[in-house]
Ligand binder design. Sequence first.
Ligand SMILES: Cc1ncc(COP(=O)(O)O)c(C=O)c1O
Length: 353
Amino acid sequence: MLVDLRSDTVTQPSAAMLRAMSDASLRDNARDGDPTVASLEEKAAGLTGKDAGLFVPSGTMGNIATILTRTRSGDRIVVESRAHIYRSEHGGYAELARVEPIPIEGESGAPPAAEVKRSLDAECGGSIRLVCLETTHNAYGGVVASLAEMEHIYREASSGGVSVHLDGARVFNASVHLGCPVAAITKHADSVVFSLSKGLGAPVGSLLCGSREFISAARQRVKMLGGAMRQIGPLAAAGLIALEDPFEFLENDHRTARRLAECMAALDPLAVEPASVVTNIVNIDLADRVDAGAFEARLRERGVLIGRRSNGLFRLVTHRDIGEAGIDHAIRSLEAVWAETGNSRSASLRGVH
Ligand SMILES: Cc1ncc(COP(=O)(O)O)c(C=O)c1O
């Protein structure tokens, strides 16, 4: 059995998606537009409560197109200090947009509103043009930003004429966790990008949504970046299936993630706090207590693939292609590999001698 917990991007398209893909329109979207792409963009705009949507190849392109649209060279942007935009997109904000980041740490993933306000107030010259939020927050293990905090940040930024962008690659997971529609989250941002190809299970693509004027300007930036895609009706058709309610199936991924966290915490209480796992990402910290390479390799031998963030810090991501039997197998494998590779330091930390 193969249980791939490296990412939710590995999900395979469902049978319904594959059927829809084979029947889809095949117009040159970059030249003439394509009706399936138009339907997808309209659907995404509706779900996020925005005027318009834009189908882009990736979340990274949606994020950089937003920064390019909202800023000019030399401007500054506020980001959370472990945000994907800041840490994991190869510095596109600096390389392509030539903006300077103001990183602010935020435990829930969003920078604290008071800190954002302090930064905005300190910028008398008004060079901050954009505040970027992220929910769920990848690096913090899928945590969900509080709506109250997002609202506060949005209010502060808007009152200073600064736009807010939400990197909502997994915003559907956030909405299921919060028990609210996606639009109740995205109303606290001027624009949002979300992914079709993660927990929602489509093969490719993200949707950037915002005002009509913003999307039309962002479309030009996406074109400049080489992201104007041609016969993408089949990809849009899969995306439309991915956006069919009910999204509550994601709850299952959250539940299985919690099971993995509980298993790891039982083996090593320092590895993870299960209560902090609220969506589908589990960060486990085994630094100094395991040979990271051996831990990963021995799990792989048992057919369990996990992601490695840095030495001793791993990421496990649950998704729709892992059933209950897969999680059971992953748990048994974690227990077995921990028994083989976990070192005595963690036993003594637990008071076990
Ligand atoms: C929070 C977040 N934002 C953006 C991205 C980038 O998405 P993509 O891989 O589609 O470029 C990811 C990818 O993992 C992500 O986790």
